[in-house]
Design a protein around this ligand. Structure first.
Ligand code: RIB
Ligand code: CA
Length: 337
C-alpha cells in the first residue's frame, strides 16, 4: 500500500511463520506507505509449515491483501530437530481470534523459487527480504541461487540478540530453530541487519499500547487486539512479561523507517555447536565500525577498515515504532474480512 508515498516505496518480501507477531508484521508491511510488499513466503517455525501457511493466507484476508503471491517453503530445519513453541502461539500457531477462511491462493512453486523469481524480476538491489521466522528458506535460496545473492538489496531479519536469548539463555527462537541455516545467511556477502531481542524486548504491547491500537476502532485493530490478548497471556504465563514483544513488526518497521533503530556494523557469528550455546548469535563488538555511531562501540578510525556487511540493532525509538504501527493500521481501515 504505497498510494501516497512521495519517493518510491521500498520493495520487500516477507518470509514468515505466523505466529502472532508475524501476523502483525504482515499487516504493518501492507499498510505502511513506504513499503511495497511483493510476496509472502512461509517457513515452519511457530507451528508446522501447513499451519503457518494457512495462517499467513488467513491474515492476508484480514489485511485485504489479494494481489501478491504466497508460497510455502521449508517444512523443517536443514539439520537439527524441529522446535515448535506451541506454549506461545498455541496449537494453530495463531490461537485467539477467529480466523477467516483464506482467500488468497497458494502458489504451486516452492517459496525459495518464488523468492528467486521476484529477485530476478526486479532491479538489482531493489528488494529487501525480511525473514521473521527461521532462516531455512533464505539459506536454501543462497545455496540454490548463488548468482542471485548480489541482486538482493539486503536482509533485515528478526532474530538473535547480542546479549539476550529466549529459548535458552544464549539463543533466540528463529536462530535456534535452524542454526545451520542462520550461519549460512550471516556468512553470505549480502547486507544483513539483525533485529534481535535486545531491541524487540523494548517494544512490548503493554495495556496502554493496546488501548492506542484499539482506539483505531476498525475490525483489523480488533483482530490485532485479540491476537495480542492471547500472545500476551502466553508471555505473562511463560515469561512474566507485562506485554508481548513486537518482535517481527519491529523488523518490518526498521525497513519502513531505518531511523527507528540504531545499528552498528560488526561481525556476527552463529554458534552451531555448543552444549549451552547452540543458536547463539555472537557479535564481535571489538570490531564495530560506524561513522554515525555516537556510542563509540569500538569504533575504529582506521580508514582502511572494511565495514562488515552485518549490522546489529543496539537501540530503538519505541515511540516512533508505535506511531508507525498505528499509522499503518489506520491506513488499512476496515476490511470487513
Ligand atoms: O523469538 C521471537 C521470534 O520467534 C518471532 O519471530 C516469533 O514469531 C518466533 O518466530
Ligand atoms: Ca516469527
Amino acid at each position: 500500500m504505497n498510494a501516497d508515498s512521495t519517493s518510491p516505496a521500498q520493495k520487500i518480501i516477507l518470509d514468515c511463520d505466523p505466529g502472532h507477531d508475524d501476523a502483525i508484521a504482515m499487516l504493518l508491511a501492507h499498510g505502511n506507505p513506504n513499503l511495497e510488499l511483493l510476496a509472502v513466503t512461509t517457513v515452519a517455525g511457530n507451528q508446522t509449515l501447513e499451519k503457518v501457511t494457512t495462517n499467513a493466507r488467513a491474515v492476508a484476508r484480514v489485511a485485504g491483501i489479494t494481489d501478491i503471491p504466497f508460497a510455502a517453503g521449508a517444512s523443517r530445519p536443514l539439520v537439527g530437530p524441529q522446535l515448535i513453541p506451541d506454549e506461545i502461539h498455541g496449537d494453530s500457531g495463531l490461537d485467539g481470534p477467529q480466523l477467516p477462511e483464506p482467500s488468497v491462493p497458494l502458489e504451486e512453486i516452492h517459496a525459495v523459487n518464488l523468492i528467486a523469481q521476484v529477485i530476478s524480476e526486479n532491479e538489482p538491489g531493489s528488494v529487501v527480504i525480511i525473514p521473521t521466522g527461521s532462516l531455512t528458506n533464505i539459506a536454501l535460496f543462497a545455496r540454490m541461487y548463488p548468482q542471485l545473492v548480489e541482486r538482493v538489496g539486503g536482509i533485515t531479519l528478526m532474530g538473535g540478540g547480542h546479549h539476550t536469548g529466549n529459548m535458552t539463555p544464549a539463543s533466540e527462537f528463529n536462530i535456534l530453530a535452524d542454526p545451520e541455516a542462520a550461519a549460512i545467511v550471516f556468512e553470505e556477502s549480502w547486507p544483513v541487519t539483525m533485529v534481535g531481542l535486545d531491541v524487540t524486548h523494548q517494544v512490548l504491547a503493554v495495556p496502554e499500547r493496546m488501548e492506542q491500537l484499539k482506539a483505531i476502532g476498525t475490525d483489523v485493530a480488533q483482530f490485532i487486539a485479540e491476537l495480542v490478548e492471547f500472545f500476551g497471556a502466553s508471555y505473562m504465563k511463560e515469561r512474566n512479561y507485562p506485554g508481548p514483544p513486537m518482535h517481527d513488526p519491529l523488523a518490518v518497521a526498521a525497513v519502513a523507517d531505518p531511523s527507528i533503530l540504531r545499528t552498528v556494523h560488526a561481525p556476527i557469528y552463529v554458534e552451531t555447536q555448543g552444549q549451552h550455546a547452540r543458536g547463539q548469535t555472537i557479535v564481535d563488538f571489538r570490531r564495530t565500525w560506524s561513522n554515525n555511531d555516537p556510542s563509540g562501540l569500538g569504533v575504529t578510525d582506521d580508514p582502511d577498515f572494511e565495514a562488515p556487511n552485518t549490522a546489529v540493532a543496539v537501540d530503538v525509538d519505541a515511540e516512533k515504532f508505535w506511531d508507525l504501527l498505528v499509522d499503518a493500521l489506520t491506513r488499512i481501515g476496515n476490511t470487513n474480512f
